[in-house]
Design a protein around this ligand. Structure first.
Ligand SMILES: Cc1cc2nc3c(=O)[nH]c(=O)nc-3n(C[C@H](O)[C@H](O)[C@H](O)COP(=O)(O)O)c2cc1C
Length: 333
């Protein structure tokens, strides 16, 4: 079915194609309602029950506009956001580029979103039975030394509509954001978030897990150090990885555009980070693997390498909704 729509979608610019898709999924959700996640290899991660290990990565539904429609694709969890305290328009367009020869995307959206209040309003009374993660960030004009306040504002507001919170300190498109994720700085954000969390409950009225999403562009020693810090920080899972600023081995026009690269060229790096995290964390924290998962076999391999959950984004653009079902089926074993 997707093979019928894909050529038309790929003829329009990527951001317009994205908006059209979200609007269509929103209408689908309004008309048909949410669907239960497809049953696959069920698992428990951070105290949450997942009907299958396959989820939607952050950034596709930044404002939680299409949760019901997206639920119909079968995902076990949907991560919405990144959302910031105040609405912001993001970087000037064009800011998303297809790299077709590389089965990849480059984006420099810059946390365009309608703000936390709009997201909470949309998720209030959402009856999706899968797990909902809300990915939180800081506004562009918030200086780094006050960034923790943006994260605390967002977690407090999002808690009643979220099953888990994901802290995004790894987007390459908000200047200086990644400086918050060094071994010496990461607790400046994470500690206040965890303090705020201690007084919060999630949308089911139970413990609110906090996941931390990291970039793929650390050197091995630095990534290990950050993971060692997180290991003892009372967070609940690590998400690896966000998009990369690396541009190795690309063939497509647009490959030199600024922004974060996602899709097939990120796979090796994401797998390397996963292996390193599995070694370092030794089972003390679950790992959510994301980056370049383009097939059911890719998803299966991530679980074999030590991931508890797997997320998809760019694979969906190139493979369509069939990828979700393939990944759920392949990971049943
Ligand atoms: C257009 C686009 C927008 C994204 N926006 C966000 C975002 O707002 N927050 C976030 O944590 N990750 C965001 N990401 C990163 C994805 O969640 C994911 O980590 C990354 O794309 C690697 O996975 P993939 O190769 O399957 O796409 C975005 C990715 C893309 C392609």
């Amino acid at each position: 079915m997707y093979s019928l729509f894909k050529p038309a979608l790929f003829r329009i610019n990527p951001e317009a194609a994205h908006d059209l898709t979200i609007n269509s999924l929103q209408i689908l959700g309004h008309c048909l309602g949410a669907l239960k996640p497809m049953q696959g290899r069920a698992c428990e991660v951070a105290g949450l029950r997942f009907a299958n290990p396959i989820g939607l990565a952050a950034g596709l539904d930044k404002d939680a506009q299409a949760v019901s429609g997206l639920s119909r694709l079968g995902f076990g969890h949907l991560e919405v956001g990144t959302v910031t305290p105040r609405a912001q328009s993001g970087n000037p367009k064009p800011r998303v580029f297809r790299l077709e020869k590389d089965t990849a995307l480059i984006n420099r959206l810059g946390f365009n979103n309608a703000g936390i209040d709009a997201l909470v309003a949309r998720l209030t009374n959402q009856n999706y039975q899968g797990v909902i993660g809300v990915n939180i960030g800081k506004n562009k004009d918030t200086p780094n030394d006050a960034a923790y306040q943006d994260y605390v504002t967002c977690i407090k507001k999002a808690a009643p509509v979220a099953d888990y919170i994901s802290v995004n300190i790894s987007s390459p498109n908000t200047p200086g954001l990644r400086d918050l994720a060094g071994a010496n700085t990461i607790l400046d954000v994470i500690k206040p978030v965890l303090e705020a969390r201690s007084e919060l409950k999630n949308r089911k009225g139970t413990y609110l897990p906090v996941f931390v999403k990291l970039a793929p562009d650390f050197g091995d020693a630095d990534l290990k150090q950050v993971l060692e810090v997180l290991k003892v920080a009372s967070i609940d899972a690590v998400i690896l990885t966000n998009t990369t600023v690396s541009r190795d081995g690309l063939l497509s026009p647009h490959c030199e555009e600024a922004g974060g690269l996602s899709g097939a060229p990120l796979a090796l790096r994401a797998e390397h980070c996963l292996k390193l995290a599995a070694e370092t964390l030794e089972g003390s924290l679950p790992i959510v693997s994301v980056g370049g998962v383009m097939s059911g076999e890719d998803a299966c391999r991530r679980l074999e390498l030590g991931a508890s959950l797997v997320q998809l984004y760019t694979g969906l653009i190139y493979r369509g909704p069939g990828l979700v079902k393939d990944a759920i089926r392949e990971t049943r074993c």
